[in-house]
Design a protein around this ligand. Structure first.
Ligand code: FES
Ligand SMILES: [Fe+2]
Length: 444
């Protein structure tokens, strides 16, 4: 697990030891080839933990959520004993899908639309027409849907199609320990966008595995999120997972002004600090720490009770966890984003990109600023809005990222692309691809 440097522990995530990287070539095949896609399906997607849905969407026994991952449809069902089980959504008679609903309550189990076989919420065959008409006698209570490991963590239901998967928390490693502190199970998903994109899913995870592009592609973030890489911290974690820590609530180190920029000044005023008291570079560095202190001091009286379980750095900073292979979880003081590409059912040059936003309850707060821009979002569960990238906005930052993702996909189809040439600050990208190769080449 993590090597904790106690001097830094309250200021930033504990620094992980740096593993040495092989530096494998990041070739074009992995982004465009059908053969690679098939190998990846079997060796990566069938063997890694995936987020299937939200625990609070299935509170009662019989409640279920149905999710898709590539070619698969997975049913996750709340059991009588409160646990959740996951099944392939495939009838064991002759292969029909049992349901196409995204979620619901299966009080009477799942009845196949073809010949009417009825499967209980525990996956066992409960009823069927002509039950005795089998050569070897009735299969009721014997035959079952094919299940898979399923666990709940951080408000999500997770599944893994590998029957021999290591437990979820072991797979998440130190990232899970840090994410747990945000108590996502108490949060509400106030935004759920899904966009079809013309790029391989890894083009998107690569993008979230480096902050190098931020200064060029997202200059508007610089006033309040650190964009100078030497001021940030990047960690290569267990099982191909990475993280990046970005101090915030102070001007970036490259900021040239003498007084706090408008975005930072607004944050200061919200926390009852006077921007006029913070002139000059040395004073401005202090803003982040003083906001942390103010949040501790007056946060509870303003209804921000969730600050009580956050560490000091978590009160101001953003950390991005790239959980291998595709779950990108960005945590901030007042909300958590899931930024997740999922593979297309057949085409390696396409994917779906999910942008979900979770916020904690804050006393008296009925709307929250949207990370996708536009009007504030009501503090209530948001249904999924699915569209083609470009038809609607995913938020300025995501739109910027996806414009480059589709651009890069064109480049990967060119004979002129001969592998990436990475800077050191992009080593999380290399770590991801070295791990991917471990899976593809059978070392994991
Ligand atoms: S395929 Fe499901 S009952 Fe026949
Ligand atoms: Fe970006």
């Amino acid at each position: 697990m993590s090597t904790v440097d106690n001097r830094l522990d309250m200021e930033r995530p504990a620094k992980m030891p740096e593993p040495s990287l092989r530096g494998d070539i990041i070739d074009a095949d992995r982004y465009i080839s059908k053969d690679y896609y098939e190998k990846e399906w079997r060796r990566v997607w069938m063997r890694t933990w995936q987020i299937g849905g939200l625990s609070y969407h299935m509170p009662e026994p019989g409640d279920y959520v149905n999710t898709t991952l590539g070619r698969e449809s997975i049913l996750m069902v709340r059991q009588e004993n409160g646990s959740v089980r996951a099944f392939f959504n495939v009838c064991q008679h002759r292969g029909a899908r049992l349901t196409f609903a995204d979620e619901g309550c299966a009080t009477d189990g799942f009845t196949c639309p073809y010949h009417g076989w009825n499967w209980g919420t525990d996956g066992l065959l409960k009823a069927m027409p002509d039950a005795d008409d089998f050569p070897g006698g009735s299969q009721l209570g014997k035959l079952g849907l094919i299940d898979m490991p399923c666990e709940e963590f951080a408000g999500f239901v997770w599944f893994n199609m590998d029957p021999n998967a290591i437990p979820l928390r072991e797979a998440l490693g130190s990232s899970g320990d840090e994410i747990e502190g945000y108590r996502m199970e108490n949060m509400v998903r106030v935004l759920a966008l899904t966009a079809d994109a013309n790029c391989n899913w890894k083009v998107i995870t690569d993008n979230f595995n480096e902050g190098y592009h931020v200064q060029v592609l997202h200059p508007e973030l610089a006033p309040y999120i650190e964009t100078v890489f030497s001021e940030c911290q990047f960690d290569l974690r267990e099982n191909g997972t990475n993280s990046g820590w970005f101090p915030s609530h102070r001007p970036t180190a490259s900021y040239k002004g003498d007084e706090p920029p408008a975005d930072v000044a607004a944050m200061m005023e919200k926390w009852e600090l006077n921007p006029a008291d913070y002139q000059g570079n040395a004073r401005m560095k202090q803003i982040r720490l003083d906001i942390q202190q103010q949040k501790r001091r007056i946060g509870p009286s303003k209804g921000y009770h969730h600050y009580a379980h956050l560490k000091d750095y978590q009160l101001t900073d953003y950390v991005i966890y790239n959980i291998f292979p595709n779950n990108v979880i960005t945590v901030g003081p007042d909300g958590v984003q899931l930024l997740r590409p999922r593979p297309h059912p057949t085409d390696p040059q396409k994917c779906e990109f999910d942008h979900w936003y979770f916020v904690p309850h804050i006393d008296g707060v009925t709307t929250v600023p949207s990370p996708a821009g536009g009007p504030d979002l009501p503090f209530e569960d948001a249904p999924v809005d699915h569209f083609r990238y470009g038809e609607k906005t995913l938020g300025r930052t995501n739109d910027q990222d996806l414009s480059i993702a589709e651009n890069q996909q064109l480049g990967f189809n060119s004979a002129g692309y001969q592998g990436a040439n990475l800077t050191n600050q992009e080593r999380r990208v290399q770590h991801f691809h070295d791990t991917l190769n471990d899976y593809i080449e059978g070392r994991k």
